[in-house]
Ligand binder design. Structure first.
Ligand SMILES: Cc1cc2nc3c(=O)[nH]c(=O)nc-3n(C[C@H](O)[C@H](O)[C@H](O)COP(=O)(O)O)c2cc1C
Length: 396
């Protein structure tokens, strides 16, 4: 789930972790989310509105009785404007005030006027967090449908150790994606492979390629955010996600073949984004090959199994099988041929020369024809693919 153009209202309360809201705003802006910030008076003792204003490019709201904004009922508008409201950090005080329906500053007034999803990331001293009052307030808010992420356990700014640290920003972003997801893939199992493979020659050297695995990783995040049970079969170097999914780490094409066939049996969707090595070394040496004075040497390679073709032949074939084809020329024609050979339902052709690039582009090919997919960030591209795959009819 990309945060591209999603309207996020960030409430910042007065805890030490308020300084982390600056980095959070920067990450949201980087994803091209529309971010507006509301700060409590105490928050401004920890970080200035100017910092958040400069990072978000929007005025920061901090006054309930701001005459210009309130002529248009600014607090109600902000509550309605946001697709998601996030309070990070959420202090014990904000939790208590909101749990008891108080509306004595702009942040708590907006919270009370809000009808859409709210996500809170509490952060405080461990004794404050464990206090029965705070625990009762959190239970009450949870019951009313407020989402919570964290706090984490660890060393706290006050020098103590225990639960109370604000969660990591990647966990927070993952939770935001989940809150914004529609849950429409609930009940479906999606298996996605991603990344390069490593074919070992000896103990230290491998045959690999330039794939980063990010497209498959973003697709897995998008599927998980929409509620699918997601299994990511990850080659070396694929980033770790904080969204709920099962990750199967593999190294070689044979490992990936085994893991994919096992995971894809009976799945709803299988998407093969991984750049799997076509060949592996016929013999794998222990230790390290020595040059031994040679100026030239021959190695023998043997073909690896074709993962996506084998998945498409499974007795419990997934309802939709989608392959990727990285081609250097005749992209569409070569991919169309591959689609028939492999028995898949659709194929995404892309330019092999652009492997590892920041953006993705390509062609979506299925039995109905060819659609050009213009260049977009990999996350955005993955979301467009998710849309197409989610709308396909099952073949099995
Ligand atoms: C140095 C310092 C650090 C604080 N850190 C936290 C904290 O991490 N979490 C918290 O709930 N309260 C913390 N407090 C207490 C809050 O600032 C205080 O409860 C305040 O009334 C919160 O206001 P607000 O919830 O309107 O932002 C801290 C106070 C001080 C002086």
């Amino acid at each position: 789930m990309s945060l591209y153009r999603r309207r996020i209202l960030l409430g910042v309360a007065g805890g030490i972790a308020a300084y982390r809201s600056a980095e959070l705003v920067r990450l949201l802006v980087k994803e091209q989310a529309e971010v507006r910030c509301v700060m409590t008076r105490s928050a401004q003792a920890f970080i200035t509105p100017l910092t958040l204003e400069a990072l978000s490019g929007e005025p920061v709201h901090d006054e309930l009785f701001d005459l210009t904004a309130e002529r248009e009922m600014g607090h109600i508008q902000l509550a309605r404007w946001a697709e998601l409201m996030v309070v990070a950090p959420a202090t014990a005080n904000v939790l208590a005030r909101h749990a008891h329906g108080m509306a004595d500053d702009l942040l708590t007034t907006i919270l009370l006027a809000r009808q859409g999803p709210v996500l809170m990331a509490p952060a405080m001293n461990q004794a404050m967090w464990s206090h029965p009052s705070t625990q009762a307030n959190v239970a009450l808010l949870r019951e009313r449908g407020i989402h919570f992420i964290g706090p984490d356990c660890g060393a706290l700014a006050c020098g103590e150790h225990g639960p109370g640290r604000m969660c990591g920003l990647s966990e927070l972003l993952a939770a935001m994606r989940m809150c914004l997801g529609s849950g429409r893939l609930r009940g479906e199992r999606w298996v996605i492979n991603a990344g390069p493979t490593w074919e070992a020659w000896d103990r230290v050297r491998v045959l690999t390629n330039r794939a980063s695995g990010r497209l498959g990783y973003y697709l897995a995040e998008a599927a998980a955010a929409e509620g699918a049970e997601t299994i990511l079969v990850a080659g070396p170097g694929v980033p770790h996600s904080s969204l709920p999914m099962t990750r199967l780490d593999v190294e070689s094409a044979l490992d990936m073949h085994r893991a994919c066939l096992h995971a894809a049996e009976g799945a709803d969707v299988f998407v093969a984004t991984a750049a799997v090595s076509d060949f592996r070394f016929a013999e794998r040496m222990g230790g390290k090959h020595k040059r031994a004075g040679r100026q030239r040497m021959r190695v023998e390679l043997v073909a690896n199994p074709d993962i996506v073709a084998d998945v498409a032949r499974l007795p419990g074939r997934p309802g939709r099988v989608i392959a990727f084809a990285a081609e250097c020329r005749d992209h569409v024609r070569s991919a169309q041929q591959k689609m028939l050979e492999k028995g898949v339902d659709a194929i995404v052709a892309n330019d092999a020369e652009r492997m590892g690039a920041e953006e993705a582009s390509g062609w979506w090919i299925d039995e109905r024809g060819v659609v050009e997919l213009p260049a977009a960030s990999k996350r955005h591209f993955a979301e467009q693919l998710l849309e197409r795959i989610a709308c396909m009819e099952d073949e099995a």
